[in-house]
Design a protein around this ligand. Structure first.
Ligand SMILES: Nc1ncnc2c1ncn2[C@@H]1O[C@H](COP(=O)(O)OP(=O)(O)OP(=O)(O)O)[C@@H](O)[C@H]1O
Ligand SMILES: [Mg+2]
Length: 433
């Protein structure tokens, strides 16, 4: 408990009786045991504090001409301060400090009296001790606060990381799904190609046998006739023109499917770039494209994407982080659709900055929701569906890039997010200055 703090401040000072002479008090103040004190307590027979007499007062008296002769025999009661500072030992250090500093007068000429719960004298406390104890306490508080701050930062970093992992997981699931379609028909096409090749192989084989027969002087008419019949039959079963046309088509489709697979894998690589979180010069249109590619699966049943990508200068940024922001905006837009809608993605630049606008014609949001969307954990989605971290993390990422993210929304009409990223970031300006 905090009471122990005041116990530590307690110093033993033998109290004075009210009728003790001023001379005797002065002598007492000169003894070694009393040197630490500015003042001495005066108590009654029940040890109730009556007042404090300070060195300062006595010095004043003794500095007067004949001071000791005039005052020395008088009782200390006549010169004591009858309203001394009283502090109960049960108080907290803070309470005591508040009380003492509120009543303290300058210069500090007295100590304070510590009393027990019944108001009986226990000992003296010095202002200096009290201040030291407060300082130590504040130091300790500061340490605790500093540690709390470090912990907070750490857990925030962990949150950001786990959001990142969650969005990566979502993205991987989306991409796996996307890969399935081209993978399916590439596999199908290979089966078909294998089937289409069978009559061609048959044809090649019978033709080979016929050639062998023709080249063999010993081969009789009968064998030759048989080989010719087989070759003719195989030719009939392999309509060359049609087969070659079909195969061409199949190979074309397969190549297209493989191209799509390649594109998805490439997009995934561009998107993730976890290994390169540091700033690099990036064409933000590439980020938009790769985030759209990744989000395509979760958007396609909800909305059509309209792209309007302008010419952009490269800007220094962490592409994986920007991708994460865009993915958040696209997913939010798709989730805001009440019926099949549009998501309009537009990019452009001016002399100072690059802009990305993501506009949807979903359900929009009222002002009280809009005021809170960037708060961590704010979500209007049912439990288990949204963590409410998407936009707060996006906000932080854009802020870290020296940019801004703004929102405009109207219930029933839709929402628009506008990202502005400076072409030259403040940190670079500082570096080059
Ligand atoms: N395009 C939008 N249209 C309407 N409301 C939106 C839109 N984008 C965000 N909001 C609102 O802002 C809230 C916070 O969005 P945020 O992305 O931070 O979290 P979330 O989408 O709810 O959850 P999480 O992103 O973690 O899945 C959403 O719950 C929603 O109410
Ligand atoms: Mg979200």
């Amino acid at each position: 408990m905090t009471t122990s703090a005041l116990h530590e401040l307690l110093r033993q000072a033998a109290p004075l009786a009210a009728d003790m002479s001023i001379s005797d008090v002065a002598d007492r103040l000169l003894t070694a045991e009393q040197r630490a004190f500015l003042s001495l307590p005066v108590v009654d027979a029940q040890r109730r504090p009556l007042g404090l007499v300070s060195r300062y007062t006595l010095q004043d008296i003794f500095m007067q001409r004949f001071g000791r002769d005039l005052w020395g025999r008088r009782p200390v009661r006549d010169v004591m301060n009858a309203t001394p500072l009283l502090v109960s030992i049960d108080w907290s250090l803070e309470q005591a400090a508040q009380q003492v500093t509120a009543q303290l007068k300058y210069p500090i000429t007295e100590d304070f009296i510590l009393v027990d719960g019944e108001g009986a004298y226990l000992g003296l406390g010095t202002v200096l001790d009290l201040l030291k104890a407060m300082e130590a306490r504040i130091d300790q508080r500061n340490r605790v606060l500093r540690k709390a701050l470090v912990d907070l930062k750490e857990s925030q970093a962990q949150l950001v990381q786990s959001e990142k992992m969650a969005s990566l997981g979502q993205m991987v699931a989306g991409v796996a799904h996307e890969l399935n379609t081209p993978l399916g028909y590439v596999r199908n096409n290979i089966e078909l190609i294998r089937e289409q090749l069978l009559p061609l192989l048959q044809l090649a084989e019978t033709q080979g046998q016929l050639v062998d027969c023709l080249n063999d002087p010993g081969a009789g008419q009968a064998r030759l006739g048989e080989a010719l019949a087989l070759a003719e039959q195989a030719l009939g079963e392999a309509p060359l023109e049609q087969l070659l046309g079909d195969l061409d088509q199949l190979f074309g489709d397969t190549a297209y499917g493989l191209g799509q697979i390649g594109e998805l894998v490439g997009g995934l690589k561009d998107f993730a770039r976890l290994d390169r979180a540091k700033s690099e010069e990036v064409d933000l249109n590439e980020c938009v494209k790769s985030a759209l590619l990744i989000a395509r699966n979760s958007i396609k049943d909800k909305a059509e994407i309209v792209r309007q990508l302008g010419e952009l200068p490269r800007v220094a940024c962490a592409p994986s982080q920007i991708n994460q922001v865009l993915l958040n905006l696209f997913t939010n837009a798709a989730q805001a659709m009440e019926r099949f809608g549009h998501i309009h993605v537009k990019t452009w630049a001016d002399e100072a900055a690059v802009f990305i606008s993501v506009q949807d014609n979903g359900k929009g949001m009222p002002a009280d929701v809009m005021a809170r969307i960037f708060d961590p954990f704010f979500t209007t989605k049912p439990p288990g569906q949204g963590t409410g971290l998407g936009l707060s993390i996006s906000y932080k990422i854009i802020q870290d890039h020296g940019g801004s993210i703004r929102v405009a929304s109207e219930p029933g009409r839709g929402t628009r997010f506008l990202i502005r990223l400076p072409r030259v970031q403040a940190s670079e300006l500082k570096r080059s200055a």
